[in-house]
Write a protein that binds this ligand. Structure first.
Ligand SMILES: [Mg+2]
Length: 300
């Protein structure tokens, strides 16, 4: 599709040392997010661990590089909004909110317990930094459209991000909202689709074929970028491009790997909702640490 980019908004040229440092810092953040997710998973012995490990790099880039927010004032009017449509990914977002300083790391140990502010499905009324309640799939983008219109009417420069799953592309409401965002030229909206190729009923390709995903978003009038969602350098470039794009909403179609960084879980057959045995949690942490050490040497 045709798109206009205001060159005055193009990110300043970054030298290679600055960029390498930026990437390395984000790798450390992604590692901590994965560690938090494993620690929380161990509290319950099961859960949506695979998805959390898969989107950790996206959340690290979002919360440590992209989003504008105040950790000590989660309701700050000018904050960028990050909407988690997929309520079952709450474990991943809590880990990111701890990394962002919005939640205390110690509180993560209460995950899923009675009286905790961290229920197993994300709920806005419980948790600081959780913008919407997202258990019913396919509603996040509609809410994002309304928020983005409201912010534009207010003259706010705050942006709205919506993380949704490839399973949510089965929902008609997602595409209705996509039409509305494009119709209103909501260039303050960035949608992030977690394409892990899996959903509750099985592989996405077998449940309801949505590929070619990028072509569909473009046909709906969106500025679409497909990116390796586990490559921090590629994610930085994609988020930067979305931030400066003008005239239409942007979507980052992110290919991710379930269980990323923990081979024990990357290869697990029942990956949508994982049961992890008691003795496996430490193995998972050790494998993650090993993966992280090896990752440091490579560059995106
Ligand atoms: Mg999926």
């Amino acid at each position: 599709m045709s798109s206009s980019i205001d060159s005055t908004l193009t990110p300043a040229v970054e030298n290679s040392t600055d960029r390498a440092q930026r990437i390395n810092a984000l790798r450390e953040s992604a590692y901590r997010i994965r560690r938090h997710a494993l620690d929380m998973g161990e509290v319950q012995g099961q859960g949506y661990i695979g998805q959390a490990l898969g989107v950790a790099d996206i959340l690290a880039v979002a919360y440590k590089d992209v989003l504008n927010y105040r950790a000590d004032e989660p309701g700050w009017a000018e904050r960028d909004r990050f909407l988690l449509s997929i309520g079952h990914y709450a474990i991943a977002l809590y880990a990111a909110l701890a990394e962002a300083g919005i939640l205390n790391v110690e509180e993560l140990a209460t995950y899923g317990s009675d009286d905790s502010r961290l229920p197993m499905s994300g709920m806005a009324s419980y948790t600081p930094g959780m913008e919407i309640s997202g258990g019913s799939l396919g509603h996040g983008l509609g809410v994002a459209a309304g928020m983005a219109l409201g912010l534009r009417h207010q003259g706010s420069s705050a942006r709205v991000y919506n993380l949704l799953s490839d399973g949510e592309l089965d929902e008609g409401s997602t595409w209705e909202a996509a039409l509305a965002c494009a119709h209103h030229g909501l260039d303050n909206v960035t949608t992030i689709v977690d394409v892990n190729a899996l959903q509750a009923d099985g592989p996405t390709a077998g449940v309801l074929r949505t590929e070619p995903v990028t072509d569909k978003w473009e046909a709906f009038g969106w500025h679409a970028i497909r990116v390796d969602g586990n490559d921090i350098g590629a994610l930085l470039t994609a988020f930067d491009a979305a931030r400066v794009h003008r005239g239409s909403p942007s979507v980052l179609v992110c290919d991710t790997q379930i269980g990323r960084g923990v081979p024990l879980l990357e290869t697990r057959e029942k990956a949508h909702f994982m049961r992890v045995e008691e003795h496996e949690w430490q193995v998972a942490r050790d494998q993650l640490a090993h993966h992280h050490r090896n990752r440091k040497g490579s560059d995106a």
